[in-house]
Design a protein around this ligand. Structure first.
Ligand code: 3NM
Ligand code: MG
Length: 530
């Protein structure tokens, strides 16, 4: 029986000498990577003659051994035996785990690749020392790779792995799945590392399985600065990502708290960067201004990073988006993520066309969205259910389920994404996966004025940006106050239809900013109806 081994998978460097920048040599490059923080190295040379492979392995092992960084060999047990290094990594066309164990003995590290449930089961039955799960994203580094898992596929595979007991009587004690160290591999770079680590686990899920680290080829091997890159990888693997601001420990709802959320908008005047559809740009900008926040509409990638450096938030609404715009949308979210600015994603019509599905899945799969806001059909489309029915961008009432059914779906998406989901409808649902806040219907005029649904995204983004430690409450306050303002506006005496209501609605939202603790309640009656 093999025993548990001590090794650190935080930054797992897999080599590929064909990617080295001009003038670099493999051993020197790997040493620089180790100096930067690479914790384990796999020598992966697919095209090298056996004798050269062994020679290179020996040379590399001489360098890594004194540093205490394990060296593993890809595919080739014979090379590992000759080199005398710490272990191997094998896939399903290579030497089997059992044969490799026989050849290497109990002390060596043996890792297996896992890309699906079936391989996970086999790896569990073998009780291997660690697993490499991938490919996470499509990657040119491994031309023959299986279909990419994406963060969602990775998460569900990890959750499945967590349920696998492992071999009977082994040192894993029937808990191989929760204990076995796992790294993700495939297309991982400094740009996506944070959300890969953060979203690979759903904290509320009972079969929790965390990644121990990430495995990287090109982002390190092709870099002219392997030490710098590894330093960043090492730091980022352990840190809490900038977008993952903690929720305060207790959740306080109620009028006083809600008022302070809006007061903070006026005090902080966050910049709300909008990438939104052409129909609602003007209205959304006015709604943002009414609250005391500062709207900016930009669709030029070259300024996203500068915009994200301001204290603010991002509204990403894919309403009239095009295929060509996809990289631009993603760049905006990435810039916001990198600065910790909250992102409100509005997957307008997500289930209606394949372009919209694709755009939504690209955004959700490659970035972190603090809030996903949509109607029931859109939320279900993002969740990936097959039976999503959508007519244009309006929900199909015939497909709508009970409130309980809606809450279940909204929660499931929030759990999966580790974020907040707002499902709009007759009753608006706000959930972070465990807490649920229900807000009553706004007013019928909302359906008669275009942009009222989309501009809720602006209000949420402004509230989140101004209240970063209270994301859930800020979202609840935004959603509740928005519908309350719609009702209050409809009751104003000069309101006779959608046009006059729209004007009164902006006025009512504007009044939210004057709502101070010490202000007389008279004149601000919507607070009483929250
Ligand atoms: N194995 P990069 S993906 C070696 O899915 C390897 O098992 C994979 O390279 C798997 O970091 C992969 O350059 C290549 O994308 C990863
Ligand atoms: Mg292999």
């Amino acid at each position: 029986m093999s025993s548990p081994k001590k090794f650190d998978l935080s930054v797992y460097l897999v080599t590929d000498s064909s990617l080295l920048p001009p003038g670099a040599t493999l051993v020197d490059h790997v040493l620089k990577a180790i100096r930067g923080g690479a914790t384990i190295v796999q020598l992966r040379e697919k095209k090298m003659a056996t004798r050269d492979f062994i020679k290179l392995g020996r040379e590399l092992h001489e360098a890594t051994k004194p540093l205490g960084v394990p060296l593993l060999i890809n595919d080739r047990v014979d090379v590992a035996v000759a080199v005398g290094c710490e272990g191997i990594h094998v896939g399903w066309d290579d030497c089997s785990y059992e044969d490799a164990r026989k050849l290497l003995g109990d002390d060596k590290i043996i890792g297996l690749s896992v890309s699906n449930k079936e391989q996970a089961e086999k790896a569990a039955a073998a009780g291997c020392d660690y697993i490499g799960v991938g490919p996470l994203y499509a990657t040119k580094t491994k031309p023959d790779h299986s279909p990419p898992l994406g963060t969602q596929g990775l998460r569900s595979l990890l959750e499945y792995i967590a349920t696998l007991p492992g071999p009977e009587g082994s040192h894993w004690g029937g808990a191989w799945g929760t204990k076995v160290p796992a790294v993700a591999i495939g297309g991982i770079n400094l740009d996506n590392l944070h959300h890969v680590m953060y979203q690979s686990v759903s904290p509320q899920h009972e079969n929790k399985k965390y990644l121990s680290g990430i495995a990287v080829v090109s982002a390190i091997m092709a870099s002219p600065e392997p030490e710098e890159v590894c330093k960043k990888f090492r730091k980022m693997v352990d840190e809490v990502p900038p977008f993952a601001v903690r929720q305060s420990l207790y959740i306080e709802l109620g009028n006083a708290k809600f008022k302070s959320i809006f007061q903070n908008v006026v005090i902080n005047r966050p910049i709300v960067h909008h990438i939104t559809n052409n129909v609602v740009k003007n209205f959304s900008a006015n709604v943002t201004l009414a609250l005391g926040a500062s709207p900016i509409m930009s669709e030029d990638m070259s300024e996203f990073s500068e915009l994200a450096a301001f204290k603010g938030g991002l509204v990403l609404n894919m309403g009239t988006s095009t295929r060509e715009a996809q990289p631009m949308l993603l760049a905006a979210v990435k810039a916001a993520n990198a600065h910790g600015n909250p992102v409100v994603f509005d997957p307008v019509g997500a289930g209606a066309t394949s372009l919209r599905r694709e755009t939504a899945s690209m955004v959700v799969g490659n970035s972190f969205c603090d809030v996903i806001k949509g109607n029931e059909q859109e939320i279900m489309a993002v969740y990936g259910l097959d039976n999503v029915k959508q007519r244009g961008v309006d929900s199909d009432p015939a497909a709508a389920g009970s409130l309980e059914h809606k809450i279940t779906h909204a929660k499931a998406l929030a759990v999966r994404e580790r974020n907040i989901v707002v499902m709009t409808g007759n009753v608006d649902i706000v959930t972070d996966g465990s807490n649920v806040c229900l807000c009553n219907d706004g007013h019928g005029f909302m359906g008669d004025v275009t942009g009222t649904g989309c501009s809720l995204g602006s209000v949420i983004a402004a509230c989140l940006a101004a209240n970063p430690l209270d994301k859930f409450v800020a979202t609840c306050a935004a959603v509740c106050a928005y519908s309350a303002a719609a009702r209050v506006a409809a009751g104003k005496k000069d309101v006779h239809g959608p046009a006059s209501w729209q004007v009164a609605f902006l006025d009512t939202l504007y009044q939210l900013r004057h709502c101070r603790e010490d202000a007389p309640q008279k004149g601000y009656p919507w607070w009483e109806s929250l």
